[in-house]
Design a protein around this ligand. Structure first.
Ligand code: ZN
Length: 487
């Protein structure tokens, strides 16, 4: 076991260097640094990958597996984690893997141009190539029911297409009804129009991050174009954000969202460092942490009772508003075409559409050429809106060009998990909302530390949710939460 631990440490260290290089690229790197950075990241990634698929790791795992019955739980989780990673990556022939990487690089650069010109035809042959290679990879990895299961496993271990269908079907039915019942066509009233200085907004993000318990001595906040959070390693978890001069809430909810991700990484016990378990149970569990702080807490009346004076202090134009104005503006529902702008009621419908389409693509039931048509008709059916062109339709997301099939469901699962966790929090902390009104948010963080963060990547998402909440993953708490807040 000692040899195994020493071996995997180096993989984790290499990945930490990649994370730092990536963070720098998206925040402070000069534009001309692109080529040099790509070279270094490719080298580091390759070193980590080679070490991961090496027969030496297989040998060390076998040795550890023989003695595993007598080992503590943590060691057994470490063995299971690396066995899964190793087998999965080993199952794809290096030549196929390289072709897939090359196809994605080509597709992503054409996707950017195609989106600018709003021309799906430009992108179509490249996406066909990516889909074909992704199908091939799924077959190499192996599956029981659907090739899409093999892809899901990368993001949500243990989740299958069938399980997702049973969650998403009833969810779509409830959401389409709710959207019709509570949509608000009028622009939000009562907020000052701006412009709001970016400096003041950045300070407000600092205040919000501090309020939820983000530790600045183990992190930092920087500007970027597409906000993200990255755990470089223990003691170093960084948040990025962006600000719109005419929309304060966009930056503020961005800070709460990324802050939720960061609290997860900051809350993982230091003993798990360099083992491979100092990470999330899944992408969906990670997203549950961001959504819980952004939506369940950040859009609540209790939060705005506490936070409104802070907003006014840093952006005095808001002194003409009251907390209810901010709650109204934070919970406005309007069907839209763009996923990343969607409110929390319509958001999961955007995901359900992508889920249906990508399952169809990977299972071979849908051809790439049919996508624009199907995109429009499904948007019409679910949300009552139709894109006027490909840019605001099928070309809007980067994921497919990057070969990230199976990733979208994590966003949806994150919302469902967040509601289940919130129910458990309310059950365990009886005066929770009174405390939020006072700005006492630390009991929430402590609860999440104890029930979610503590496990790192040791548990599968389903196990974690069941352990933390007492129930397996379900859409019902989320539907109940939306009905309560929006109906
Ligand atoms: Zn997120």
């Amino acid at each position: 076991m000692q040899k195994l631990r020493a071996y995997v440490e180096e993989i984790v260290e290499l990945n930490s260097a990649v994370a730092l290089a990536f963070w720098d690229q998206r925040t402070h790197m000069p534009p001309q640094g692109d080529e040099a950075r790509a070279r270094v990241v490719a080298r580091l990634t390759r070193l980590a990958f080679d070490r991961l698929i090496a027969p030496e790791l297989d040998r060390l795992l076998r040795e550890a597996e023989i003695e595993s019955a007598g080992l503590p739980d943590r060691d057994r989780h470490i063995i299971a984690h690396w066995r899964r990673e190793h087998d999965r990556k080993r199952s794809v022939p290096p030549e196929l893997f390289q072709r897939h990487v090359a196809a994605c690089v080509a597709a992503e650069s054409v996707w950017e141009k195609a989106k600018e010109k709003s021309d799906f035809r430009m992108f179509k042959p490249l996406l066909e190539e990516v889909v074909m290679l992704t199908q091939e990879i799924a077959h190499k990895i192996g599956f029981t029911d659907s090739p899409y299961d093999a892809l899901l496993e990368e993001f949500e271990p243990g989740t299958t297409t069938r399980k997702l269908r049973t969650l998403i079907g009833p969810l779509v039915d409830s959401l389409t009804l709710l959207v019709r019942a509570c949509s608000d066509e009028d622009p939000p009233l009562g907020l000052p129009p701006g412009p709001f200085p970016v400096d003041a907004q950045r300070t407000l993000s600092h205040v919000a991050l501090k309020a939820i318990g983000y530790d600045f001595s183990a992190g930092r906040l920087d500007d970027t174009t597409h906000p993200f959070t990255t755990g470089i390693g223990p003691g170093d978890v960084r948040v990025t954000n962006r600000y719109k001069e005419d929309d304060v809430l966009s930056g503020l909810f961005g800070a709460l969202h990324e802050g939720g991700h960061a609290l997860y990484d900051q809350g993982i016990p230091v003993e798990l460092s360099w083992t491979g378990l100092h990470g999330a149970a899944s992408f969906g569990i990670h997203e549950s942490q961001s959504r819980l702080w952004e939506n369940q807490i950040g859009r609540s009346a209790a939060f705005w009772t506490y936070f409104h004076p802070q907003l006014v202090r840093h952006l005095p134009a808001f002194s003409m508003t009251n907390p209810q104005d901010l709650v109204r503006a934070s919970t406005r529902v309007a069907p839209s075409l763009i996923r990343t702008d969607a409110d929390e009621v319509t958001y999961n419908l955007h995901i359900a559409i992508r889920f249906e389409l990508e399952v169809g693509l990977i299972e071979g039931e849908i051809s790439v050429g049919e996508l624009p048509e199907l995109w429009s008709s499904t948007y019409q059916r679910y949300l009552g809106v139709e894109p006027a062109n490909d840019a605001e339709g099928v070309l809007q997301d980067v994921h497919w060009s990057a070969g990230m099939f199976g990733y979208f469901p994590s966003y949806l699962l994150g919302n469902l998990y967040a509601s289940q966790l919130m129910n458990a929090l309310e059950r365990d902390i009886s005066d929770l909302w009174d405390r939020v009104r006072q700005g006492e948010l630390s009991p929430i963080l402590r609860w999440l530390n104890e029930h979610v963060h503590r496990h790192g990547a040791a548990l599968k998402p389903e196990e974690l949710i069941e352990k933390a909440t007492g129930s397996p993953p379900s859409a019902e708490p989320f539907i109940a939460y939306l009905n309560q807040r929006y109906k």
